[in-house]
Design a protein around this ligand. Structure first.
Ligand code: THR
Ligand code: THR
Lengths: 159, 159
């Protein structure tokens, strides 16, 4: 019943890439990630929301060291996909509340989002699973976000 | 090194809700999920992609039984948020490839997306973590998706 948050994790070596306005039809996700996998680029978060009007944005995060190669691969793919521009943001950090049994995690999610709001930290992206609620935020707020989340979830530093 | 997919999970009791065009400023995510948590609505996936022009879509999945109450709560919030319409889709299914060590999961993701493409199954939403690559698809393709993913990842039925 009680959902326990057991730690706060963060990763500053993240770069967000968004392939804008990809057609929402079978094969597009495969066309983007097959060449990245072939180049052994470590893709971390992948987020794609539901489309409207047959187009959606495909976003994923990579390590900053892979940015140039990733952009080069995507330039090649984008024309063939009929996608719009490829945007990227290197000043981001991934912050996650980790727990177990977070299947009913709406309370934990609400608490995490409220904590960030109180510090005026904008949430750029959200992705959740049963063990993690992950927010992408601007890198400059990393220390503030991690410290206040530790306090709110009553965790010792380093958890 | 080798990323092992240990199972394919699926959940047909899913309903996708999208709050369209929410302002991308601190407090919005908190304003949506706090009342849902207070009503004890079990929120499963939460997906929010990066915004353009200061607006983004907030999508999450719930059990179908919670649809009416969720829509009612969101109607109350949407005006205060300045959000656009609330859309929903009850004919969806969440299919996930589960593994360990999927930090380098771009190969597994590419393989999953390619498998769905070959069956002409459109991927409506994507969300990933180190242990899961999750795709939302139309419910009618559930059996086909689960069976072909088992084959491609060489899993026994029931894994
Ligand atoms: C947008 C992308 O996910 C597309 N729907 C596909 O199936 O590949
Ligand atoms: C869109 C929503 O995530 C908003 N950026 C917030 O911080 O609440």
């Amino acid at each position: 019943e009680a959902v326990m948050v057991s730690g706060i994790a963060y990763d500053k070596d993240q770069c967000r890439i968004t392939v804008r306005q990809v057609p929402d039809r079978p094969g597009i996700a495969a066309a983007i990630f097959t060449p990245l996998a072939a180049a052994k680029i470590l893709v971390d978060m992948i987020i794609q929301n539901a489309s409207l009007d047959g187009k959606t944005d495909m976003t994923f995060t990579i390590c900053r060291g892979d940015l140039d190669q990733t952009l080069e691969i995507l330039e090649g793919v984008k024309a063939e996909l009929g996608a719009g521009e490829v945007l990227y943001d290197t000043q981001v950090c991934k912050v996650s509340a980790i727990g177990v049994g977070m299947r009913n995690h709406s309370g934990v999610a609400a608490k995490m989002f409220t904590t960030l709001k109180k510090e005026n930290i904008n949430i750029l992206m959200i992705s959740t699973s049963e063990i993690k609620i992950t927010c992408l935020i601007e890198e400059k707020y990393t220390e503030l976000a991690v410290r206040t989340l530790h306090d709110v979830f009553e965790l010792a530093a380093g958890q």
